[in-house]
Write a protein that binds this ligand. Structure first.
Ligand code: AMP
Length: 186
């Protein structure tokens, strides 16, 4: 199974990815996690990524496309993968389609988790207190939501037009949302 999770920051993508990974045994590819690891290790990529992440801005498409291009060729992706946080722009989605078409592969499901902005703000500020992520402060959160609406939400219609979008109501308990995803992709 090859699937994409699209949703706003704080929308529960990471939490639901864990469930899908368990159920389907596919690789979980979170670009945010990969970038945070690079920042921690202090690699060149990490140094470059940090300034974008701290402002809540997206990294340039070519950088992130290069990272994903390599990652999806790894052995653990043979059974499929779940992309969490990629693509986030139309050029990234086009690049993914190009990469997959070379091997005749397609995306089975695009799962769109929808959550209202005021609820996201509440969740992200709560997470900021608990986890201390450097991009979870009020100013950066506001910018991440703006960037989501401007640059990422056009992907919803992009995939809707392709016919493989599954809309999921992301309000409610984790289990409720997991249940909705389960019935949408069965
Ligand atoms: P996330 O944990 O998915 O919210 O990602 C955290 C941050 O990493 C984002 O705010 C961006 O700065 C960067 N990032 C993650 N994925 C991408 C992507 N696909 N394109 C550009 N920047 C990304």
């Amino acid at each position: 199974m090859k699937a994409i999770l699209i949703g706003p920051p704080g929308g529960g993508k990471g939490t639901q990815a864990a469930f899908l990974m368990d159920k389907y045994g596919v690789a979980h590819i979170s670009t945010g996690d990969m970038l945070r690891a690079a920042v921690k290790e202090g690699t060149d990529l990490g140094k470059k990524a940090k300034s974008f992440m701290d402002k809540g801005e997206l990294l340039p498409d070519d950088v992130i496309i290069g990272i994903i291009g390599e990652r999806i060729q790894a052995d653990d992706c043979k059974k499929g993968f779940l992309l969490d946080g990629f693509p986030r722009t139309i050029p990234q989605a086009d690049a993914l389609e190009d990469m997959l078409s070379k091997s005749g592969a397609t995306i089975d499901h695009v799962i769109h988790i929808a959550v209202a902005d005021d609820e996201l703000m509440k969740r992200l500020l709560g997470r900021a207190e608990k986890e201390g992520r450097s991009d979870d402060n009020e100013e950066t959160i506001k910018n991440r939501l703006k960037v989501f609406h401007e640059q990422t939400s056009p992907l919803i219609d992009y995939y809707r037009n392709k016919g493989n979008l599954r809309d999921i109501d992301g309000m409610g308990s984790i289990d409720e949302i997991t249940g909705r995803i389960k019935s949408a992709i069965q």
